[in-house]
Design a protein. Structure first.
Length: 245
């Protein structure tokens, strides 16, 4: 049997401490709920790391052992140290998978890897629901999904989403207020695979949803597949492979 995929589930873990409405949904933090859901899947081992741990829980040793990192942040993006962001970026370029969740669109690491503002439209309304349409049914991240799935409560994120054109677009969301959003986007950066996934507003129980867990599990497996030993061929190459004269 192949070795288990090593996942580090990174959580900012601030809303859960300061907002009662969030604590009610995620008493031990949403990172623990995501890690538990991933640990229930065959061939995946998930651990957690949070902002307030030394080096945000993302030491060289932790990242070296991580095949896929998931990232949820919102109110404290600015507190993430630049040196840690650079460290994560380097690991992605070397082949680590990265799954950026919901408000992680404004994280330093996502902006750095995209090179754009990653800005969007948003609205939080208790009656808003969403339908996520699969736009790439043969993609591994869509494995086991129907033509669409719905979430009864989710924050609206709307276009224009200021990202580079995704290398593959797996999901597009419709919101009941009328907007649409590219909600499941794949990118390749260096040797690493990146997936942005829109659902996950902190006051809704999104990370308990069966289809959301399915997407996360598929995304972990897809992103881990990019995590191969790095073989590079950069620089001056004076000796050709074939004889030229
Ligand atoms: Zn939100």
């Amino acid at each position: 049997m192949a070795d288990a995929i090593q996942v580090t589930v990174w959580g900012e873990f601030r809303h859960e401490k300061s907002h009662e409405a969030v604590r009610k949904v995620y008493p031990d933090g949403m990172h623990t709920v995501i890690a538990k859901a991933l640990n229930a899947q065959e061939g995946i081992k998930a651990k957690t790391a949070t902002l307030d741990e030394p080096e945000h829980g993302l030491t060289e040793a932790v990242l070296k052992k991580t095949d896929v990192l998931t990232w949820w942040g919102h109110m404290a993006h600015g507190e993430v140290k630049d040196e840690i962001v650079t460290r994560v970026q380097q690991r992605v370029l070397d082949g680590m998978g990265l799954i950026v969740l919901h408000s992680g669109h404004f994280s330093k690491i996502f902006q750095k890897l995209m090179g754009t503002s990653c800005n969007l439209m948003w609205r939080e309304h208790e009656k808003e629901h969403t339908r996520l349409w699969v736009t790439a049914p043969s993609h591994p991240i869509a494995n086991g999904l129907g033509p669409y799935f719905e979430l009864p409560h989710e924050e609206m994120y709307g276009e224009f989403f200021d990202i580079p054109a995704p290398d593959e677009l797996v999901l597009v969301s419709w919101f009941s207020g009328g907007e649409i959003f590219r909600s499941g986007c794949c990118f390749n950066r260096g040797h690493g695979r990146i997936f942005y996934f829109q659902p996950g507003h902190e006051t809704f129980p999104t990370y308990y949803d069966e289809n959301v867990i399915k997407v996360l599990t598929n995304a972990v497996r897809w992103a881990a597949a990019g995590c191969c030993p790095v073989v590079r061929g950069f620089g001056h190459r004076p000796v050709p492979m074939e004889k030229l004269d």
